[in-house]
Design a protein around this ligand. Sequence first.
Ligand code: E4P
Length: 217
Amino acid sequence: MKFFVDTADVAAIRELHELGMVDGVTTNPSLILKSGRNILEVTKEICSIVDGPVSAEVVALEAEAMIAEGLKLAEIAPNIAIKLPLTWDGLKACKHLTDKGHMVNVTLCFSANQALLAAKAGATFISPFIGRLDDINLDGMELIRDIREIYDNYDFKTQILSASVRTVNHVREAALAGSDVMTAPPEVIRKLAQHPLTDAGLAQFMKDWEKTGQKII
Ligand code: E4P
């Protein structure tokens, strides 16, 4: 499963990228707001760090204007994935932009039928939002499993990009469900390394090592 980092925080992207943990980046208007930076500038800087797909989201609501914004965002770098909302206009823009050879990430997907439409419109990525479904007492992970089954049934090439990932269990379950990609905030990716038995085991080893009185260097 590829790891995308869900942030416009350049320092966090750089840190995770140095560890080889970043296969791509996703941003959205809320994350751009949080960064306090201009969308074109910050996205350009992110693309200078990361070779993989960097999703930048349009804010227009009509297909023609979405296409114009998408083309402007795509000028930033060749690895831009134009992010479009899963609306009828978003699907129209998706078809147009993918036909022209651009990567498209269709976002705000909350049902298997929406994912089916995005695949038929040629989306490169479909972003089902796990956490936001869990928030309203639905099962976000069930959606990932459903989309996997449907895409496999018909051999759709659209990649499932599990989004709105809030917990380490979301990451594990998305990987088990066969999600192609997951995008998570930097803090969730860092938490994947944590285990209380690792901490306890390390503390014990350090205690015993001190008693040996030895040094390696
Ligand atoms: C990613 O593409 C999405 O915009 C993001 O994962 C949404 O996450 P949230 O529901 O935690 O805001």
